[in-house]
Write a protein that binds this ligand. Structure first.
Ligand code: COA
Length: 152
């Protein structure tokens, strides 16, 4: 059961953030990237068990026109027990309270995670619009290697 897991309305610190992304099999972020990114979080939460971060999710954006849900991750040993839904329920409640009419709310769904997001009103934009991306590597190299993994 997940009764001993609490949802905290605060995004994890840098070390827990980097560790949890890797634990969930997501593309690793550099410390520099994470250090610059996390203070720009509009709203974020984490799940804690015995003081340890076991899940997280956050919203970023310009706080007016564009909002993006990112970093939804649950550690593998606790996936499939409703914890991702718990994180999304908290983020959805914040979006309902804070997003003004006409604004876009978007996310990139990896694989079957789309079934989770569909429960919160997200629909696939393709073929009208598709996500396009690259990962910046050292020296300005635009990489697509991450697309071999299911991560963002
Ligand atoms: C994707 C992820 C966040 C989902 O969290 P989770 O705790 O495993 O999901 P939950 O148990 O809360 O599932 C919530 C709902 O989504 C559905 N769902 C979640 N993952 C699913 C999957 N792979 N296939 C089908 N449905 C799925 C569940 O059926 C459930 O629906 P229900 O309540 O109607 O039964 C988690 O598996 C994870 O961290 N994966 C690795 C990292 C990742 O891919 N993050 C997402 C980046 S977009």
């Amino acid at each position: 059961m997940s009764d001993d897991i609490v949802l905290v309305e605060r995004f994890p610190g840098i070390d827990d953030y980097m560790r949890t992304r890797i634990a969930a099999g997501m593309h690793p972020m550099s410390r520099e990237a994470a250090t610059r990114a996390l203070p720009n979080t509009l709203y974020g939460v984490h799940l804690a068990r015995d003081g340890q971060v076991v899940g997280m999710g956050r919203i970023i954006g310009d706080n007016g026109c564009f909002f993006t849900v990112v970093d939804i991750a649950i550690v593998p040993e606790l996936q499939g027990r409703g914890l991702g839904k718990r994180v999304m329920t908290a983020l959805d409640a914040w979006l309902q309270r804070n997003v003004p009419p006409s604004a876009y709310v978007t996310l990139i769904a990896d694989g079957d995670a789309k079934y989770l997001y569909a429960q919160f009103g997200f629909v696939e934009s393709a073929p009208v619009a598709v996500n396009m991306e690259y990962v910046m590597e050292a020296g300005g190299v635009r990489s697509h290697a991450h697309l071999h993994l299911s991560d963002h």
